[in-house]
Ligand binder design. Sequence first.
Ligand SMILES: O=C(O)CCC(=O)C(=O)O
Length: 267
Amino acid sequence: MTTDPTNPIALTAEQLDTFHRDGVLALPSRFSPDEVAGLVAALDELMADDVPENIREKTSGVVRSSFDLHRRHPLYARLVNDPRFVIPAHQILGDDPVYAMQVKVNAKEAFTGEQWQWHYDFATHHREDGLKEPIALNMHIFLDEVTEFNGPLMFVRGSHLDGPPPTELDTTTTSYPLWTVGPSVVGPLAERGGLVCPKGPAGTMLIFGDAVVHGSPPNMSPWSRRIFSLIVNPVSNRQTTFRRPAYIHDRDFTPLVARDEPLLASV
Ligand SMILES: O=C(O)CCC(=O)C(=O)O
């Protein structure tokens, strides 16, 4: 696919520089309130299902993450081919086809939503799924306003620049086993680059790289914090091992194609 630099969805040169330097880029107001309302309404139905795709918090039992959304609802099937994801992904990764490797919402429930330890996604993608290169992109949409109160993600700015740091497997802290990055590694990286904590209204988009260290605190606030996450990966970097279920790490390598029709049309 060739990218048209005059397309307003395309990232500017400055945004691309920020992404490459910091490892994370925030894009305000990319999705409209109506689009967010449609995604939330569909999500409410999906999170009511008693299925393995809905992973629950260890303590409260409420849904922490809901996976495989593009197979479970037509609106999410349409969403993964939205130009607002596909065009920036190709700007960053080049013209190699990309596929939807993981499609989920992380729902940090008011009062009970638990933390995500410091980690970077490639540690899991490499060890569990056999990806060779840390080039997948995690693309978020805030489905609620994200504030300093409701468990926002924090990123260690530039922590990807020296390559993937050392990790350890944590199977005890939360309901989801995670290859985490310990304090002795996070400390110096954060001293060097500082932390970034993108906040903003529902409809804000984030893009971050597979090797940038990030995490998020518990949500003690009375406001839920739901974030949609699409991880795209070049087909050439697809998984070489198959340990995790397909609903968590997708085995359909069909390339995404930017579709121009409105997200909410005829769903
Ligand atoms: O939703 C969060 O707070 C963290 C999610 C995350 O770190 C991830 O999906 O890799």
